[in-house]
Design a protein around this ligand. Structure first.
Ligand code: GDP
Ligand code: MG
Length: 665
């Protein structure tokens, strides 16, 4: 097995210790770095080369121990146990050495080659801590210990050097002695395992896991154990490990200062039992204010550019005698649809920049903590809030992050409520409609959508919780990382990844949807039509008008754009642009004209209708990609279909209530 050309390396460590950052720094990949569990739930592979040795590297989900309770733990455990993996790089947050070493001890017990990457050395220095780099490896059975800083890209070469020169040396699996009683049992079990499974590579680890009553281990390699032990030794084993870690820390760590005062003081306010939630809402309100105030200002330039561009294209096309329908398809269909979406780049970029800064500074983890109380009342763990926050970006990864939850029921419930979180694709809809109808209160109207979405999510969860009559879940145990200055590179990667997703969507889904919408709106029963109200789209829309009328949305144009929006929510806006012509929907003056026109249509479409429109877009089915993800993650088509029906009914009901009550006032 050894001596092959490629060395297989797995990066393993606690959540947030910097595995992904290190992985990106070494492989040049641009994986998402995030501050909460559930982000890396799948292992990611990359390649690197050092001194002519090729390596494949695997980035694994963060874990605290090698048990197999959560999905992260299962994925990572299977990965490190895999015979293909020749070296384990145990990434350790050196600034919280004590907590990280628990996993380290378990990895050592596997007996595979382990290289310890002491990450975050910059933080260690900044805090005036010192780690004895000679004594630490001695205590850990002489494995290579390499101080690095993934964020500052320091020590990477030495780390790779250690990997390729030590991958043939197994670690000593007997670094830690558990005392006579337990060691005797480990000895007996090991003998037996060796006889039955001579090729097994992690005998000692296996024996220890048996003593901990680990079900998976027992069923994978069954042996007779009843004569050796009859009760679980898990508690003792954990205690002895912690005692050992304490003794290591005493020897190698100097000037140990707990959290810096600044973090403590900041947390007094930000995680305050009463003020925590309002402070969070204020911060989010500020973020949305920036998104709109600065975003709209920049958006103006994009719009002007688009207008000029579309005019030029149209001139050129007419000049070379292009058929009228083709000019219309290109200018009113594609440029209006795709271009309209592109003008929202500033808003999206600012939103993500702000979220990235909040996340990387360490604040987002506090949000989960702060929200744990409210979430608990709804029968959800604070952990479910993390997918919900991700949902502000995009529902697809948010649904995937629900894997971090422990039970199937929690996961499904999170999938039900996550789509209520207002994803970035809905932002253009709010910008358009609130800009048209709410003038200087535009950002208040838009912000209210985010708030309503969260309230609906929590209420629905609460109703489900009460219906299922169960007791509240355990409270959240979540690591609160130290506040730190956000890392420029991490933020750049984060924002760029989001923008790239957005752009590629504009280039694919929205491109195709724009063409389809143009066709539906320009073809009728008698072929090409000049007036969209005679088109197929209008016919479909009119058919549904009566249903949507109570919700204030009984206009065929609105119905058409809502249906189109199922392909992607931005398409609501692009179909709107197509319906009302490009020059119109893109400039402020144009917006006002569109708004005027809408008011004059019968039945007239005013601010209340616009608000119901935004509400409906917020609550009705998420986009096709998100539904596909729900289907995949839940593994159930009937669940997905029921959920979609529920969402449409719920959206209709809410919009109807708001419209009917609003009309009375
Ligand atoms: P993972 O959960 O182990 O994959 O950790 P990430 O790679 O997502 O990193 C978590 C956070 O720690 C990110 O905000 C990184 O920017 C930050 N980080 C990673 N390595 C370092 C480091 O060496 N020094 C500092 N100061 N921050 C780091
Ligand atoms: Mg990661």
């Amino acid at each position: 097995m050894k001596n092959r050309e490629t060395v297989h390396v797995a990066f393993v460590g606690n959540p947030n210790c910097g595995k992904t950052t290190l992985f990106n720094a070494i492989t040049g990949a641009k994986l998402k770095v995030a501050n909460w569990p559930g982000v890396t739930v799948e292992k990611m592979e990359g390649e690197a080369e050092y001194e002519d040795v090729r390596m494949t590297l695997v980035d694994t989900p963060g874990i605290y121990s090698l048990t197999s309770y959560s999905i992260e733990e299962k994925v990572t455990r299977n990965c490190v146990m895999d015979d293909d993996i020749e070296v384990i790089v145990n990434v350790v947050d050196a600034s919280s050495l004590e907590r990280n070493l628990y996993l380290t001890l378990q990895l050592l017990e596997l007996g595979k080659p382990v290289v310890l990457a002491l990450n975050m050395m910059d933080v260690v220095e900044e805090r005036g801590m010192e780690i004895d780099l000679h004594r630490l490896p001695e205590l850990l059975g002489d494995i290579p210990v390499v101080p690095v800083s993934a964020a500052k890209r320091k020590g990477l070469d030495i780390l790779l050097h250690a990997v390729i020169h030590h991958y043939e040396e197994d670690s000593k699996d007997e670094v830690l002695h558990y005392g006579q009683e337990i060691e005797e049992k480990i000895g007996k079990l090991s003998e037996r395992l060796k006889t039955f499974y001579p090729t097994h590579s992690s005998i000692r680890w296996h024996a220890i896991k048996l003593l901990e009553f680990d079900e998976d281990v027992k069923s994978e390699h069954p042996i007779e154990t009843a004569d050796v032990f009859t009760r679980s030794y898990e508690k003792e084993i954990i205690q002895i490990k912690y005692a050992f870690i304490e003794s290591i820390i005493k020897e190698v760590l100097f000037y140990r200062k707990k959290k810096t005062d600044r973090t403590d003081r900041t947390d007094k306010l930000l995680t305050h039992p009463v003020w925590g939630v309002p402070v969070f809402l204020c911060i989010m309100a500020f973020v949305f204010f920036l998104t709109f105030a600065i975003g709209d200002w920049l958006k103006g330039y994009f719009e002007t550019f688009l207008e000029i561009f579309s005019g030029k294209v149209s001139d050129v096309l007419i000049h070379i005698n292009t058929a009228d329908w083709l000019v219309s398809l290109i200018v009113d269909g594609i440029i209006a649809g795709v271009g309209g979406i592109l003008t929202f780049i500033p808003n999206i970029a600012i939103l993500f920049l702000a979220l990235a800064i909040l996340e990387d500074s360490g604040y987002m983890s506090r949000v989960a903590y702060v929200m744990d109380g409210i979430m608990g009342k709804a029968g959800l763990s604070g952990k479910a809030f993390l997918p919900m926050i991700l949902g502000f970006g995009c529902t697809v990864p948010a649904i995937m992050a629900s894997r971090a939850l422990e039970t199937e029921k929690d996961r499904r419930r999170t999938m039900i409520i996550t789509p209520f979180m207002s994803c970035s694709a809905r932002l253009p809809v709010y910008v358009l409609f609130s800009g048209m109808f709410f003038g200087k209160y535009a950002h208040v109207a838009a912000f209210s959508m985010y708030a309503i979405g969260m309230v609906c999510a929590i209420l629905v969860a609460r109703v489900l919780h009460v219906c299922e009559k169960e007791k509240s879940g355990d409270s959240l145990l979540i690591e609160l990382p130290e506040y730190k200055r956000p890392n420029g590179r991490t933020i750049r990667i984060y924002v760029w990844n989001k923008l790239k997703d957005y752009l590629s969507k504009a280039g694919t889904t929205i491109f195709i949807a724009s063409i389809l919408i143009w066709i539906v709106l320009n073809l009728g029963f008698n072929g090409m039509v000049t007036d969209p109200s005679e088109s197929f789209g209008a016919a479909i829309g009119r058919g549904l008008e009566p249903v949507m009328r109570p919700a204030g949305l009984g206009m065929w144009q609105i119905v058409v754009s809502l249906i189109a929006g199922i392909s992607a929510k931005e398409v609501v806006v692009s179909s709107f642009s197509v319906l009302f012509g490009v020059g119109n929907a893109q400039t402020t003056a144009g917006l006002n004209t569109v708004a005027e026109n809408l008011k004059n249509i019968d039945p007239s479409f005013g601010p209340l209708n616009a608000y119901c429109m935004m509400l409906f877009v917020l609550l009705y089915v998420p986009c096709a990609a998100a539904m596909a993800t729900i289907r995949k993650e839940s593994g159930s088509t009937s669940f997905t279909v029921k959920l979609a029906i529920f969402q449409i009914l719920f959206a209709w009901l809410m919009a109807t209530i708001v419209f009917q009550v609003g009309s009375l006032l």
